[in-house]
Design a binder for this molecule. Structure first.
Ligand SMILES: *Cc1c(COP(=O)(O)O)cnc(C)c1O
Length: 298
């Protein structure tokens, strides 16, 4: 199946600029954006073992949650379609019913059944009682929480870390990633690597606890450094400075970033490097987690 044999290991590329030279750090980009044409980046890593588990349990359908521009809904719809699993997406915002965007249209085209709920109802997405009820309503599908973040997701992300270790011949000092639910950062820690997590949302301090809760059960988790100042106003918010950064990045390295996650991480990382945050000799791998379906057409 195409979906289960995508382009892994993904390439690891060196990034050199005046800042990395001056600081004496070795910076690499892990091209998980090239993993799969539709199920990009960390969403594929996080879905893989969840979907295999759904199949192993004989479930014919999966139900999950996401917002209007959710990369996770997009990936789940495509993956489910490829694997012959029915998908149900619970979408935040009743108002979207009448003005579906391209992400939601894509989900529908892939056969996902969309179920719109109020913001109030969406807030209950982690409550056990609510989950029991909604699962019963849809005929008992396999449940995948928002962002695909589960223990099985960590296993998929850990595979990426071991790819990096193999490609470099050693574990880097840090693996950087953008954080939404923190599942990717937790997966990095679970493989024993040190994670640099850049919150894509405002007030991202809560992520620390979530990431530790997810990764603490692992044998020898690495250390977490959480950066919360590079959110550009909040989740899915950005400004012209960030867009200019994305353009420069593309011109310099021929790599596209998007404005919700990966541009914020690289902006923050370059800023830290320039400010002398890392000792000379430090090796950093920054994960391009994908998400290019959400790139604004500016
Ligand atoms: C979902 C997503 C993230 C955030 O991953 P979490 O595991 O939820 O922290 C980062 N980058 C991209 C491109 C994403 O789609």
């Amino acid at each position: 199946m195409d979906l289960l044999s995508p382009s892994v290991p993904t390439p690891l590329q060196r990034l050199v600029n005046a800042g990395t030279e001056k600081a004496g750090v070795q910076l690499y980009i892990k091209r998980d954006d090239l993993i799969h044409s539709m199920v990009s980046g960390n969403k594929w890593r996080k879905l893989k073992y969840n979907l295999l588990d759904a199949q192993a349990r004989g479930k014919g359908a999966v139900l999950t949650f996401g917002g209007a521009y959710s990369n996770h809904l997009y990936a789940t719809a495509a993956a489910g379609n490829a694997l012959g699993l029915k998908t149900i997406g619970v979408v935040r915002g009743l108002e979207l019913q009448d003005k579906e965007n391209e992400t939601l249209q894509f989900c529908r085209e892939q056969g996902m059944q969309l179920h719109f709920v109020s913001r109030e109802e969406y807030r209950q997405r982690h409550s056990e009682g609510y989950l029991e009820e909604i699962i019963a309503r849809f005929g008992n599908p396999y449940l995948i929480p928002e962002g695909g973040t589960t223990g099985l997701a960590l296993k998929g992300v850990a595979e990426m870390v071991f790819e990096i270790e193999g490609q470099l011949g050693a574990m880097p000092d840090f693996i950087a990633s953008a954080a939404g639910t923190g599942g990717t950062a937790a997966g990095i820690l679970s493989a024993g690597a040190n994670a640099l997590a850049f919150s894509a949302l405002k007030g991202g301090d809560f992520l620390k606890e979530d990431i530790h809760r997810l990764s603490d059960e692992c044998r020898q988790p690495g250390n977490l450094t959480l950066l919360t100042d590079y959110h550009f106003g909040g989740y899915a918010k950005w400004n012209s400075e960030l867009l200019a950064f994305m353009q420069d990045f593309r011109a310099e390295y021929d790599v596209l970033l998007e404005q919700v996650y990966t541009a914020k991480m690289f902006y923050g990382l370059f800023d830290l490097i320039q400010k002398g945050f890392f000792e000379a000799g430090t090796t950093i791998v920054a994960v391009h987690t994908g998400g290019l379906q959400g790139l604004i057409k500016a």
